[in-house]
Design a binder for this molecule. Structure first.
Ligand SMILES: *[C@@H]1O[C@H](CO)[C@@H](O)[C@H](O)[C@H]1NC(C)=O
Ligand SMILES: *[C@@H]1O[C@H](CO)[C@@H](O)[C@H](O)[C@H]1NC(C)=O
Ligand SMILES: *[C@@H]1O[C@H](CO)[C@@H](O)[C@H](O)[C@H]1NC(C)=O
Ligand SMILES: *[C@@H]1O[C@H](CO)[C@@H](O)[C@H](O)[C@H]1NC(C)=O
Ligand SMILES: *[C@@H]1O[C@H](CO)[C@@H](O)[C@H](O)[C@H]1NC(C)=O
Length: 771
């Protein structure tokens, strides 16, 4: 098969890839609103060419482009859009109410004391989230902000920027609903020869090089790499600057999974940091080119027709600010309502078109990737053989995401391993570029399909907040006589949450013996936590009932054998983005099985870099999940003190001010088995990859070039630009017996999910980074 090479003719389409992605509204919140959707040209807006109010200019631009350019996102010059936002005056009381309302949810942020006082090798400055909120609050009190968007930018930076945590995000309404910012170029970072430090180039120059092409030496008059690093320090959702650096550039993986041609151009959290009116690039040949920055409109449940000036701009895009009463109706756990709300964050930012494509019967190859041997229906996992001399023994498993149908994903991995063994492949490259996580137990299952005989070790813990404890105090006694099984039981929801002490395994895979044994609280580094715990993959309610299959190694999927033998035949390939469930899977592969890793790219400086740089927290809750748990708990208590605690978890107002995505909080720390004593969360542990490689121009065009370089370095004695992977003295000779003991197993009975994926139980098992 031939790699689908990228060429200049597809550039236009390619550069617009982020447009639909960034414009899908959080659909769960849209149901009752009349959206201003793009139409085929029948919109009847009256352009007002004489308008001078910048928000009116924006409105007219929106409608005139809707009617003239079908299917593409309206855009305008960034400077006028920004003027519109800054023309909106501060609405102080609702702003202060929001800051106060966020506190009960941020209390759950599990690593906050480490963020406040990080280990010496943590690359970013300390952040005290609560102190920062207090500063914004007092600035508001003292009328220090001259516009609504200014305090919203401070809040966004405090929550979504400074902590560099992909599981922690709040998207203020005025800042994030109408527009996102776009720079007029997509960039790449490549090494000219594969060994010299990478330089920055404009993507077009790589796709269609000419004699005159030159690399970028300055951006806005600042050294180009320094400029990019500055942006990363402000907006990256990764805990390591090398990963943040990589995400600013084009790669096939970023385009396929992050729906971005590099965050420098647009996307990620960078999209809401105002880039200024213009961007200028200075090239090594002395040429400087300056272009205006762009504001890209969002589609959403908003109607620009209602915008007549700055005040109506606020009314339209900050609707939540105008609600006064709590949305909590008496003990409302109506399941439709739960679903609608929980859905939204994960539906965003999938464009509708890509979702429908993913549901087609015949899965399509991934754009920019070769023809796969196996691919699942969501294009989350796919397998490839490298059809070139010298690589006949190598199989490549690409896991762009762990968010798929559990059953389909498991089947695809199993089918690919069987095909690879059958075809005599003895080496496996696992490409985890751009992987932001997904279903937690999919990470467990994939590990156990590769190493069925190694029991994963993934200790984790929660912050013992007063609201967390209140839920535990109600759920735990309720579940005294509950036994998980396949088939519905009334108490499935409360009893399969962390808040039932009988649920989960302890750190040595035994059962907790009491409420105190699990919930403590235990003091570590001056903060209060639960005991260490692990998921129980044998729990039939969590797994069999939901996924109609078992995690490999459990139930019907015992007795599997290794498809590729030992860790020396496998290598993990990263671009640093790996986060969330990807970090859980990676921990098992590295610490559990001893598999080596390769990290690509990074900042232009010598030395080894990390591979797993995304958030390493092991669970994220939308604030709505906390509210739903609290609502459920309220059904089972009359205790006034507990009721008072639980009522603090009403996120109605807080979420209404973040309609772009529901706010999310990292609620669970992963702790390496070797750090149980110290208690330092994995998020704050530096873990260098074994080998570093730079991207080359050929690799930008084709992922297959990256796989070949990785296989070379991992299995064939190839060099790394830093570090290296030693070859085993004697490789086990597999070739003699083609199937070498790998037993084929029946595929899991295909079923699909029994429970809706957004139900309370399912929600807790999905752990994905928010970009
Ligand atoms: C455009 O939309 C109008 C109103 O929905 C419809 O009547 C018309 O047929 C559409 N035209 C095209 C070309 O799809
Ligand atoms: C940006 O553009 C706006 C509107 O065109 C203008 O008022 C402002 O002065 C510009 N800012 C800079 C730094 O040039
Ligand atoms: C300098 O390099 C840039 C970027 O490749 C190119 O667009 C420009 O034409 C070059 N200028 C000259 C004078 O060769
Ligand atoms: C886990 O539970 C088992 C059985 O209750 C117990 O023997 C073991 O000591 C516990 N391990 C820890 C670390 O608490
Ligand atoms: C696994 O192997 C054991 C021993 O051969 C056997 O008793 C058991 O039934 C097997 N389990 C499964 C799920 O195949």
């Amino acid at each position: 098969m031939k790699p689908a090479a990228l060429n200049a003719t597809v550039l236009a389409a390619l550069l617009s890839v982020s447009a639909p992605a960034s414009a899908t509204p959080s659909s769960g919140n849209t149901a009752s609103c009349s959206g201003s959707k793009p139409t085929n040209g029948t919109t009847t807006a009256i352009p007002t060419p004489t308008a001078t109010d910048p928000c009116v200019v924006a409105r007219d631009t929106y409608f005139s482009q809707l009617s003239s350019s079908l299917g593409t996102m309206p855009t305008m010059d960034a400077s006028t859009a920004r003027q519109c936002l800054t023309s909106v005056r501060v609405h102080k009381e609702p702003a202060i109410r929001l800051l106060d309302g966020l506190k009960p949810f941020l209390e759950w942020q599990s690593d906050q004391v480490y963020l406040k006082d990080p280990p010496a090798d943590y690359p970013y400055p300390p952040v005290d989230i609560f102190a920062e909120l207090e500063t914004i609050r007092s600035n508001l009190e003292a009328d220090k902000y001259s516009s609504e968007v200014e305090w919203q930018e401070d809040l966004y930076w405090t929550i979504a920027g400074k902590p560099h945590n992909g599981h922690l995000a709040f998207h203020p309404d005025l800042l994030t609903m109408p527009f996102e910012w776009v720079r007029p170029w997509s960039l790449v970072s490549v090494s000219e020869d594969g060994t010299s430090l990478p330089v920055i180039k404009v993507l077009e120059d790589v796709l269609s090089p000419s004699e005159k092409s030159s690399h970028v030496v300055e951006i806005n008059g600042i050294d180009a790499a320094t400029f990019i690093e500055g942006r990363v320090a402000q907006s990256s959702n990764s805990q390591d600057p090398d990963a943040g650096y990589n995400a600013m550039f084009f790669s096939q993986a970023n385009r396929a999974e992050l729906k971005s041609v590099g965050y420098f151009e647009g996307g990620g959290r960078e999209r809401f940091f105002y880039p200024g009116n213009v961007t200028s690039l200075t090239f090594a040949n002395g040429t400087t080119v300056q272009k205006p920055n762009i504001a890209r409109f969002h589609y959403g449940p908003y109607d620009w027709n209602n915008v007549r000036d700055a005040e109506t701009m606020h009314k339209e895009f900050c609707r939540g600010a105008y609600t006064t009463s709590s949305g909590r109706s008496a003990r409302n756990t109506n399941s439709n309502q739960l679903s609608a709300a929980l859905n939204s964050i994960y539906n965003y930012p999938q464009p509708a078109a890509s979702l429908s494509r993913r549901q087609e019967e015949e899965p399509m190859p991934i754009d920019g990737y070769p023809e796969p041997i196996v691919i699942d229906s969501y294009q989350a996992v796919s397998g490839y053989f490298i059809d070139e001399p010298g690589f006949e023994d190598v199989a490549v498993l690409v896991i762009l995401s762990l968010d798929s149908s559990f059953n389909d994903f498991q089947t695809a991995v199993q089918d690919f391993f069987a095909a690879a063994v059958e075809a005599g492949k003895t080496k496996l490259v696992i490409d985890l570029q751009a992987n932001g996580g997904g279903l937690i137990l999919q990470g467990y299952d994939t590990f156990r399909q590769i190493f069925p005989d190694i029991i994963q070790d993934g200790p984790s813990r929660w912050r013992a907040t007063s609201t967390f404890n209140a839920i535990s105090q109600i759920f735990s006694p309720l579940c005294a006589n509950y036994t998980p099984m396949v088939g519905y039981q009334e108490l499935d929801n409360p009893c399969n949450t962390v808040n039932n002490w009988r649920n989960d395994l302890n750190d040595t895979n035994g059962r907790f013996t009491s409420y105190i044994d699990k919930f403590g609280p235990f003091t570590v580094n001056g903060d209060a936590y639960t005991n260490y715990m692990e998921w129980d993959p044998a729990n039939p309610t969590l797994v069999r009932q939901n996924y109609e299959t078992d995690v490999t190694g459990y139930g019907s999927r015992k007795n599997f054998t290794r498809p590729f033998g030992g860790p020396e035949n496998i290598v993990l390939l990263y671009d640093g983005y790996c986060a969330s469930t990807c970090s859980i899977f990676s921990q098992f592969m590295k610490h559990g099985a001893g598999v080596k890793s390769i990290a690509m790219g990074g900042r232009p400086r010598e030395g080894l870099i990390q591979g797993v740089d995304g958030v390493k927290g092991s669970q994220v809750y939308p604030t709505r999940q906390m509210k739903n748990l609290a609502d459920l708990a309220l059904e089972y208590t009359e205790d006034e003190a507990l009721i008072k605690e639980l009522k603090r978890l009403d996120d109605t107002y807080v979420s209404s001010r973040s309609p772009y995505q529901l706010p999310v909080v990292n609620v669970r720390d992963a702790v390496l088995p070797s750090e149980i004593e110290s208690g330092v969360p994995t998020q704050f542990i530096t873990e260098l990859a074994d080998c570093r490689l730079y991207w080359t121009e050929a690799m930008i065009q084709s992922p297959e070039e990256i796989w070949k370089a990785a296989a070379q370095a991992a299995f064939k004695g190839g060099n790394c630009v830093a570090g290296g992977i030693a070859q085993p003295v004697k490789r086990p000779q597999y070739a003699a017996s083609r199937l070498r003991g790998y037993r084929k197993h029946p595929r899991p009975a295909s079923g699909g999910r029994v429970r809706p994926s957004n139900s309370l139980i399912m929600q807790q098992m999905r752990v994905k980074v928010s970009d």
